[in-house]
Design a protein around this ligand. Structure first.
Ligand code: IVH
Length: 672
């Protein structure tokens, strides 16, 4: 906490608290960053509220104690909510929760009350407007009154249907919920960012918030967001009696809804629900940081009313995240495939949230400096979203003569000098012959989303690189059976399987090869787009900055990365070797001349196709210029349906959208 909060006169204290809270609001709502826990943040707010009530002469209508945080950013259209989006007050123990019940019992003059208990999803608040059943807009909370229009990014969420199912639809409705990112996707993106020297996100919420606010739709399509809906804001149409009915209705409309909630007829049974939620919540695909307890009867809500920023009929109960103290034994520097150096804390093993933690990423030099972590400190560890261990802070009492940490200036692996580019947070080793970089590049090349080379796992890459049998991705194609047999646990058969898989990989689609090259910022979607546009990696190599920038979705950073990559002689040598080994660098005549039959068409897949897997069908659609979507809407060009097609098939029939079977699909793709 900042020094300024130790001021003694009330006005200075109030001002210091206001600016401290505003700084954290700015970080959380605008920059998708968090520096303190929710608990510490609430403590600052309580102190401010307390002082403001004691010294009303210093109260101020725009005080952060009275208004909700503001997530509005430049670059978005704004939209006014038809019903305000509010925040929730927090409770941290059973007594505070029971006091909430006592207040409601008193106002409503009842003996006991019924509640809905729901998970409190740690995501980003969203409001979806459906008019006559059609999704017309998605808006962030903003300042509660108006928010940013993020419809474009929301439409990339495949599980979100663009219209409501069923009859008796409201004329107009705002459906409220939370956008989130699951943990696998969070780890995938953070790993990529770390490798590319970009700042990483501390938790899935921050990354979801950052993704929702991406202005470049291409970048946001490369990151997968999810959504869950739990409430109704403005409503013109048939109303609902209770919160539980709303939750059921949301599910019946076919929207992603809460997988678990509790209906309780008293605060005691609501408390049981809260505790059960705490036991099972780690199985959910979203992070939860608490429970939301809502008065079930909707009519009574207006009698209970609201404060300036939160309803009085609902409250959140925050779960405590488990923390543990341990020793920071050393800081190891890891080298990623793009040469980025990531510091990793080695800790004395400690049990936390059910597993033993002995390492935690420290992200980059700035993070170590900001937390002033020193080797030999005792530190507080927490699991972000109960999953990823983080070093929260050092324990001040343990600080004796530990020396401030100085970030080394030589690569821990090859001893080359480290460099930091302007505007980047990461130090990098620029020696492309540096062992861990070779290893990382080969692992990425062989991975599922790149060349998808079976039988080439990490353990084998480790052996090939450490025994200096290969130095680059191109060397993979010079491997011979006699060499491979010398590897640990490698017999004739496994050696042959690997060579077969490598041979097979030569015919993979060229976007896989382009992605496998590991050019910073060139993900799967960009690789596919570039190949679709240029047909051939050789043509791509010849592009200039200007011609790349002329392509929709390619910005200056990506253009620079592509140019820098293909200007590097070593990279060109590798490309030439790959071509000499007959790897496919161009779209086949067949695909090339397919006239992009599905150009700009949105196609929905459903059921099991007789011969094609979903991935294969998707790829064929994309190669022909089309896009796939998870739900049928008026924009769907046709539905490709197989065995056991369910609701999507029915919806297509209802909307009169053409349905194609695999055979006619394949016929359409045949060159004429
Ligand atoms: S109800 C007016 N229900 O928590 C009532 N909110 O701290 C407010 N949140 O802004 C919304 N899970 O973004 C509600 N089951 C849930 C929730 C939930 C997460 C978020 C929401 C809200 C914030 C308040």
């Amino acid at each position: 906490m900042s020094q300024s909060l130790n001021q003694s006169d009330p006005q200075s204290k109030i001002n210091a608290l206001r600016s401290e809270i505003e700084k954290h609001n700015q970080n959380y709502y605008q920059n998708a960053k968090t520096e303190i826990s929710d608990y510490e943040y609430d403590q600052l707010k309580y102190q401010l509220e307390d002082l403001e009530s004691k010294y009303p002469e210093f109260s101020f209508k725009n005080s952060p104690s009275l208004i909700v945080g503001d997530d509005r950013n430049q670059g978005f259209e704004r939209h006014t909510h038809l019903e305000r989006m509010m925040s929730l007050d927090n409770t941290y123990n059973q007594e505070e929760l029971y006091a909430f019940n006592d207040r409601l019992i008193k106002v409503l003059d009842k003996k006991k009350l019924s509640y809905a208990v729901e998970p409190k999803i740690d995501g980003v608040a969203i409001s979806l407007t459906y008019t006559n059943g059609n999704l017309i807009r998605a808006t962030t909370r903003g300042n509660g009154i108006e928010g940013d229009d993020v419809t474009r990014n929301i439409k990339n969420i495949p599980t979100l249907p663009p219209f409501l199912l069923g009859s008796n639809l409201p004329q107009s409705i705002e459906i409220r919920g939370e956008v989130f990112m699951n943990r696998e996707e969070f780890i995938r993106i953070n790993t990529l960012r770390e490798e590319q020297g970009q700042a990483t996100y501390a938790n899935p919420r921050n990354l979801a918030a950052g993704t929702l606010k991406l202005l470049d739709p291409k970048q946001s399509a490369d990151r997968s967001l999810q959504i869950v809906l739990y409430g109704i804001g403005f409503l013109k149409g048939p109303s609902h009696e209770s919160q539980i009915d709303c939750l059921k209705q949301i599910k019946q409309w076919g929207l992603p809804s809460l997988e678990k909630f509790w209906e309780s007829d008293s605060i005691e049974s609501a408390w049981q629900g809260v505790q059960e939620l705490d036991r099972i919540r780690r199985n959910f695909s979203y992070d939860t940081d608490g429970a939301v307890i809502k008065l079930n009867d909707i009519q009574s809500r207006s009698l209970v009313g609201e404060t300036a920023k939160s309803p009085k009929w609902a409250i959140s109960y925050k779960f405590e995240s488990e923390k543990a103290e341990t020793l920071l034994k050393k800081i190891e520097l890891q080298v990623g495939r793009t040469g980025v150096i990531t510091p990793v804390a080695h800790l004395e093993p400690v049990l936390i949230s059910g597993s033993t933690v002995s390492r935690a990423t420290l992200h980059n030099e700035d993070e170590i400096k900001r937390k002033d972590l020193r080797i030999g400190d005792r530190v507080l560890i927490e699991k972000a979203g109960e999953i990823i261990p983080q070093v929260v802070q050092f324990i001040p009492d343990s600080r004796k003569d530990q020396k401030a940490y100085t970030f080394p200036n030589l690569c821990p692996s090859c001893n080359n000098p480290l460099k930091k580019a302007e505007g980047e947070v990461a130090w990098r080793c620029h020696n492309i012959a540096c062992g861990p970089q070779i290893r990382g590049r080969i692992i990425h090349f062989a991975s599922k989303n790149s060349m998808d080379i079976e039988n080439l796992g990490i353990a084998i890459v480790d052996q090939l690189v450490s025994k200096k049998l290969i130095n680059s991705i191109a060397d993979l194609y010079s491997l011979e059976i006699s060499l491979l047999k010398k590897l640990d646990k490698f017999a004739e058969k496994s050696a042959k399987n690997l060579l077969d898989a490598l041979e097979k990989s030569k015919n993979k689609e060229p976007w896989r090869l382009l992605h496998g090259l590991g050019i910073p910022g060139v993900g799967m979607t960009t690789s596919k787009d570039l190949i679709r546009k240029f047909k051939n990696i050789d043509t791509l190599i010849q592009q200039t900055q200007e011609s790349l920038l002329a392509i929709d979705g390619i910005g200056p950073i990506l253009a620079d990365n592509l140019i820098a990559f293909f200007e590097n002689v070593e990279n060109i040598k590798v490309m030439n070797l790959l071509k000499a080994h007959d790897l496919t660098v161009a779209l086949s005549e067949e695909t090339n001349s397919s006239n992009l039959v599905f150009e700009n068409l949105i196609i929905v897949l459903t059921g099991t196709l007789p011969t094609l897997s979903r991935a294969e069908a998707t790829e064929m659609i994309e190669n022909a210029g089309g896009k796939t979507s998870g739900s049928v809407s008026k924009k769907t060009a046709f539905v490709l349906a197989g065995e056991a097609s369910g609701s999507k098939f029915k919806k297509a029939e209802k909307l009169g959208i053409p349905i194609m079977d695999e055979e006619s699909f394949l016929n359409t793709l045949k060159p004429s």
